[in-house]
Design a protein around this ligand. Structure first.
Ligand code: SAM
Ligand code: SF4
Length: 465
């Protein structure tokens, strides 16, 4: 199905029906199922066991929690600080943690990905980034073309910083723009880029084959379809390889600063969908391909190519192509390791983190050990969220099950799938499900219908739209 140039009309009745708390499914089960019931030995054993499970490659996630100031919409794990000593000490601890992993992971395994997230990784002095990258190159081997990505706040990016990032090995940069409208940026307490984004991208592109992504958020105060369209057109002109257009996740019970945004008329579900439709149309009309829940990529980008072969994969860090994916090992506070058999979430507390690493222990605070049924459900949900498609036959064969056994694990209810089909959100043919362009808006709801935990759910999630 070609999603491009598709003009959508989403009935309001569907928006109301499906705008209910729903997981984002960046993991399965979602992170609020992780618990504190574990022993340090078991965690270490799970990590060592991961040397034998697929995928074999190593993917590292590095969390840098620090930011210069707090954007009020922010849902990330951040620590607002100007304390240079605190930042320096954090980097030292991180380096010790890298060496801990060097001892635990099989030296024959290669790094396929490093993802720097935050907070704001480029808030670190550039020497610290260079030091950490040098340590990886000294102690690990890499696949031929590893993906080394960093989430960057453009308010802290200079040309010199960009040069040195690229020299240190970064080959993917994601720039957090959020919106080009100053009124919106002021309302959310966000600093703007020091170098105009189009110039920044042009400059990065002179440095070689560096992929550039831009992040935007819709659902913020003062955003209208008209001004968001201008923002999109400006973004398109800047010519990034990819864009992420995130739905604002409003979770003020977790993130107190978000309460400040409640003093404005925040866009409602219908207005949010209008904002996303504007972005969707502008981007697809200009040749970008819609990927999964909220990403867009140029047609010759690896992600678009992987969509055609239904081989897109997803983790907490976003979408990636299957051939470079590895099991993810998280370094730093709040990071979540995503192994075949388990999720291990690091403590969010800077002091507890340092104390654990100084004692040569993993700084794990919560875990989830994934059983066979959950792995199967995870795969079905991932296929739907990444490739807009799932084949029951394919998954049943992979796990040596009959289709009926697979459906029993999913607590599959044909009536609810038929209902989505009658609403035009998916196509259900024999044993395949394909999400339509309209259905993309409700991808989280469709995925939730394959999640047995949602049928007995007492957890709280942000709303689906
Ligand atoms: C860690 S930040 C990126 C790096 C840097 N800190 C910055 O802000 O530019 C990750 C991205 O998450 C998105 N984000 C943050 N809070 C969000 C929320 N509450 N809802 C949706 N997206 C959000 C923003 O688009 C942001 O660029
Ligand atoms: S959006 Fe980025 S810069 Fe702003 S507070 Fe969150 S992590 Fe920090």
């Amino acid at each position: 199905m070609n999603l491009n140039h598709h003009i959508m009309k989403i009935p309001e009745s569907l928006l109301q029906k499906y705008n209910v708390p729903t997981p984002r499914y960046t993991s399965y089960p979602p992170a609020n199922y992780f618990h504190e019931d574990f022993t340090a030995e078991k965690n270490k054993a799970v990590l060592i066991e991961s040397n034998q499970t697929e995928p074999q490659n190593i993917s590292f996630y590095i969390h840098i929690p620090f930011c210069g100031k707090l954007c009020y919409y922010c849902g990330c794990n951040t620590h607002i600080s100007q304390d240079k000593n605190l930042i320096k000490s954090y980097v030292e601890t991180l380096k010790k943690e890298i060496l801990l992993y060097k001892d635990l992971l099989d030296s024959k395994r290669k790094i396929s990905q490093i993802h720097w997230g935050g907070g704001t990784p480029n808030y670190l002095p550039i020497e610290e980034v260079e030091g950490i990258m040098a340590l990886f190159f000294e102690h690990f081997t890499f696949i031929q073309k590893p993906e080394i990505a960093m989430e960057c706040h453009p308010a802290h990016l200079t040309f010199e910083y960009v040069d040195r990032l690229i020299k240190s090995g970064i080959n993917r940069m994601s720039l957090g723009v959020q919106d080009f409208e100053s009124k919106v940026m002021k309302a959310v307490n966000r600093s703007e880029s020091i170098i105009p984004i189009d110039q920044l991208i042009q400059y990065i592109k002179t440095k070689g084959d560096i992929s550039v992504n831009l992040d935007f958020v819709y659902g913020l105060p003062f955003q209208t379809p008209e001004n968001f369209k201008s923002t999109m057109l400006k973004a398109i002109k800047a010519n990034p390889d990819r864009l992420a257009i995130f739905s604002y996740a409003h979770v003020p019970w977790l993130k107190k600063a978000q309460q400040k945004l409640e003093t404005y008329d925040l866009p409602n579900a219908e207005q949010k969908v209008a904002l996303f439709e504007t972005a969707f149309q502008s981007l697809t009309e200009h040749g970008y391909v819609a990927i999964g829940l909220d990403h867009f990529a140029k047609p010759n980008d690896e992600l678009s190519i992987a969509l055609n072969t239904k081989t897109i994969h997803r983790n907490f860090q976003g979408y990636c192509t299957r051939d470079t994916t590895g099991q993810v090992y998280a370094l730093g506070v709040s990071g979540i390791s995503q192994l075949d058999n388990a999720y291990l979430q690091n403590t969010k507390d800077l002091r507890v983190y340092k104390k654990a690493i100084d004692a040569d222990e993993l700084p794990v605070e919560k875990v989830y050990f994934v059983n066979k049924e959950e792995k199967i459900i995870r795969e079905v949900i991932n296929e739907l969220m990444c490739n807009n498609y799932v084949s029951f036959l394919h998954i049943a064969t992979k796990y040596d099950l009959s289709i009926d056994e697979l459906k029993a694990i999913l607590i599959f209810e044909e009536t609810s799938i038929k209902q989505f089909e009658n609403e035009g959100l998916l196509k259900f043919k024999e044993d395949t499900i394909e999400i339509t362009a309209e259905g993309q808006f409700f991808m989280r709801n469709i995925a939730a219908s394959f999640d047995p935990k949602m049928k007995t759910n007492e957890k709280s999630f942000s709303k689906a739209l």
